[in-house]
Design a protein around this ligand. Structure first.
Ligand SMILES: Cc1cc2nc3c(=O)[nH]c(=O)nc-3n(C[C@H](O)[C@H](O)[C@H](O)COP(=O)(O)OP(=O)(O)OC[C@H]3O[C@@H](n4cnc5c(N)ncnc54)[C@H](O)[C@@H]3O)c2cc1C
Length: 254
């Protein structure tokens, strides 16, 4: 789809976590304001044909000068294949219109925020954790990052540092790396849904999930989100709707 508002932004850094996962930063188009959790559409410039636009969550702080993104490389993916070959100095097109309802300001007050991500679904949560306003709203924030293998725990150092020392007084981060295909001491094992059903998730953090105290965000794999919605619904949790407060918000990445 042609988009005349798009801004051509140079890639200013790139970090490869694995051959199929990498992060990169671009300059930030003037006037692009966002709330943590929101996404923009990005594309690779083309010399022939229309660019392929894809939604990307912004991983950086709303106060940062740059935009940060965290990307999968999909085998034969129309967008991520050319993106994966990009280097510092290459350009991406950024549509400066921001979208998305994965925002903590859509929740009514509660004590605990649970951020449940699979894979690159951690990206919008990184932006939230970089924003003081989000920390100030909750006593505790729990981040569950579910991946197959330990090498896919991107941003682990950052999250462990934040868990060891929350950036603001009066709040605390519990980080729970979760592996589905390999074992590692210190990480939870199994799918998020299984950890919820058998109580391991709550036990590992030491707090209960309850509609009164907990607000949840689910991001990433659509099948995780679909199953979670069923489990949460059976426990009295309701989705946040446009005009109705609820307990959880979800965002499918495909
Ligand atoms: C609101 C929103 C925010 C998104 N934010 C991000 C983000 O921050 N980082 C990111 O990498 N992707 C994100 N995505 C997915 C992204 O838009 C693309 O789908 C992805 O980059 C792959 O593009 P592609 O053209 O190479 O393959 P596509 O043709 O888009 O996808 C092909 C297949 O690859 C798989 N797939 C797509 N995206 C992912 C993924 N992220 N992880 C695992 N499998 C995937 C699915 O099976 C999909 O059917 C987001 C999607 C939405 C809707």
């Amino acid at each position: 789809m042609k988009d005349d508002r798009s801004v051509s932004c140079p890639i200013i850094w790139r970090r490869d976590w694995t051959p199929w996962l990498f992060s990169f930063g671009t300059t930030r188009p003037a006037g692009l304001d966002f709330t943590p959790g929101q996404f923009v559409r990005i594309a690779m410039p083309t010399t022939d044909g229309e660019p392929v636009w894809r939604a990307y969550s912004i991983a950086s702080s709303p106060a940062a000068e740059e935009l940060e993104f965290y990307s999968i490389v999909v085998p034969d993916g129309p967008f991520t294949q050319p993106l994966s070959r990009s280097r510092v100095g290459d350009r991406v097109l950024v549509d400066p219109t921001v979208y998305g309802f994965l925002r903590t300001d859509r929740f009514t007050a509660a004590r605990h925020l649970w951020l449940l991500a699979t894979g690159t679904g951690i990206a919008p949560f990184l932006s939230m954790l970089a924003d003081e306003a989000v920390w100030r709203r909750f006593e505790r924030i729990v981040v569950v990052h579910s991946v197959r293998r330990p090498v896919e725990l991107a941003y682990r150092d950052l999250l462990e540092t934040r868990a060891a020392r929350a950036p603001f007084d009066g709040c605390r981060l519990d980080y729970r790396p979760t592996l589905t295909a390999e074992h590692e001491i210190g990480s939870l094992e199994g799918r998020i849904t299984d950890l919820l059903v058998d109580g391991r998730l709550e036990r590992s953090v030491g707090i209960d999930l309850s509609p009164d105290d907990s607000r949840l965000m689910l991001c990433g794999n659509p099948s995780m989100i679909k199953q979670m919605r069923v489990l949460l619904g059976a426990s009295g949790f309701a989705p946040v709707r446009r005009d109705t407060p609820g307990h959880y918000i979800s965002e499918n990445f495909w």
